[in-house]
Design a protein around this ligand. Structure first.
Ligand SMILES: Cc1cc2nc3c(=O)[nH]c(=O)nc-3n(C[C@H](O)[C@H](O)[C@H](O)COP(=O)(O)OP(=O)(O)OC[C@H]3O[C@@H](n4cnc5c(N)ncnc54)[C@H](O)[C@@H]3O)c2cc1C
Length: 389
């Protein structure tokens, strides 16, 4: 049976108990705001936060994204101490690999931006790729970039740790409860309509992941967020051989090895996959992923796939997330549009979401992250294009 909210009115209702919603609730509660209610129509980890590759990288094309990622890495480093859960965060690096000079030139440019932010990424030659990724076919790559402080974590204990922490701080989390609309009689948020009835609040945080566009539209807001389905698989375990996450620039093939030995990874879809296909797996993906992996590691030819699944990215046209209050509907705060990288940006981004709820000034450039940016007339679009891995 689904529990009922303990109160009829809350300071903030957060929609979505994924990594973004839970981290936002944590930052709010930590700042002393309350009472706070988190609602999720599914189960804990049912969204993308329980379906991802666990990659955490700071190699990005724009300084603004790098700063959020770097701050998030620092938060994940202290996660065990702060929340008492081991998220198995291994800072064993990310290697981006290039197959031709054009791709390497692009990685060189990324490397310059990353180094400009004080992170010691390096352009590496084929021999060093081979050292970091033993067994990779030498003639399949010409070089790449490497940042040792990037890494991989295990997403589930991050969710469990946050779930426990927010509840210990007095946040109510109700699973199996859907937000069906926003009640805004005076042009600002006054309540959320839910499957449990109307709940009064002045602040609604849209942390609904791949369904954020749907929720915004339920609030009467036109937003460009699009949900796309992305597939991923895990193989049978192999003896540990691979430390870093590996990403191929040409087709977004990415893979890492878990501490249990499984190779986990995905590849950019051949076409945009509609979400109506659910969260299963397709033969097309299995075939492309197998070809990609065996092309790099011929010895994987007989490796068996144990599991394959999918989840939704919440994509924006410029590749930046949407963070902040929507001026068209005061009280409605966006915490969405994280594409395939919300886990690695969550701690720092959610901190900014909490500040927006509390009416505090933001250090984020509104032209990059603000909800209004899509309607700026004649906007020359800056973009975050390193949407790989
Ligand atoms: C295959 C795959 C691989 C990925 N790999 C990585 C990676 O390596 N590194 C990385 O950083 N990111 C990765 N991502 C992206 C990352 O998982 C997401 O960006 C992140 O988890 C988004 O978190 P969220 O809290 O915004 O959304 P979610 O975790 O999707 O949570 C949203 C929640 O909102 C709930 N909800 C929606 N609508 C309503 C409603 N109306 N009422 C109540 N509840 C509602 C849903 O039930 C859901 O639980 C990957 C994603 C996928 C699919």
């Amino acid at each position: 049976m689904i529990a009922s909210p303990a109160r009829s009115s809350y300071h903030t209702v957060v929609v979505g108990a994924g990594i973004i919603g839970l981290y936002t609730a944590y930052h709010l509660a930590h700042a002393g705001a309350g009472p706070i209610l988190v609602l999720d129509r599914g189960f804990l980890s049912g969204g993308a936060s329980g379906r991802n590759g666990g990659g955490v990288r700071q190699q990005w094309e724009t300084p603004a994204t790098i700063r959020l990622a770097r701050e998030s890495v620092a938060a994940y480093r202290r996660f065990g101490r702060e929340f008492g859960y081991n998220i198995w965060f291994r800072q064993s690096g990310y290697v981006f690999v290039a197959e031709d000079e054009g791709q390497l030139a692009r990685l060189r440019r990324v490397n310059a931006v990353v180094r400009g932010e004080g992170l010691v990424s390096r352009v590496i030659d084929a021999a060093e790729v081979l050292r970091l990724v033993p067994g990779i076919r030498p003639d399949a790559i010409i070089g790449g970039t490497y940042l040792r402080t990037d890494g991989i974590l295990y997403p589930f204990p991050a969710l469990w740790g946050l779930y426990e922490a927010v509840r210990a701080l007095g946040v109510e989390v109700l699973l199996g409860a859907e937000v069906t609309g926003i009640h805004a009689p005076g042009g600002r948020v006054a309540a959320v309509e839910t499957s449990l009835g109307r709940i009064a609040t002045e602040h609604c945080v849209n942390a609904a992941g791949g369904w954020s566009g749907e929720l915004s539209r339920r609030a009467g807001l036109d937003v460009p967020n699009v949900a796309t389905r992305h597939e991923i698989l895990a193989t049978e375990p192999l003896k540990p051989f691979l430390d870093p996450m590996v990403v191929r620039v040409s087709d977004g093939l990415y893979f890492s090895q878990t501490m249990r030995g499984e190779v986990v990874g995905g590849i950019a879809p051949s076409t945009t996959l509609a979400t109506r296909l659910g969260m299963g797996s397709s033969l097309d993906f299995l075939a492309r992923m197998s070809r990609g992996l065996v092309g790099l590691f011929p010895q994987f030819r007989s490796l068996r796939v144990l599991r394959a699944w999918s989840g939704y990215y919440d994509d924006t046209p410029d590749g930046f997330p949407v963070i902040g209050t929507d001026a068209r509907l005061p009280g409605f705060v966006h915490a969405n549009g994280f594409g395939g990288h919300g886990f690695m940006l969550a701690p720092a981004s959610a901190q900014r979401v909490a500040r927006a709820v509390l009416g505090e000034p933001s250090d984020l450039d509104p032209h990059l992250f603000g909800p209004q940016r899509f309607s700026e007339p004649g906007r020359a679009l800056p973009t975050e294009r390193l949407q790989l891995g």
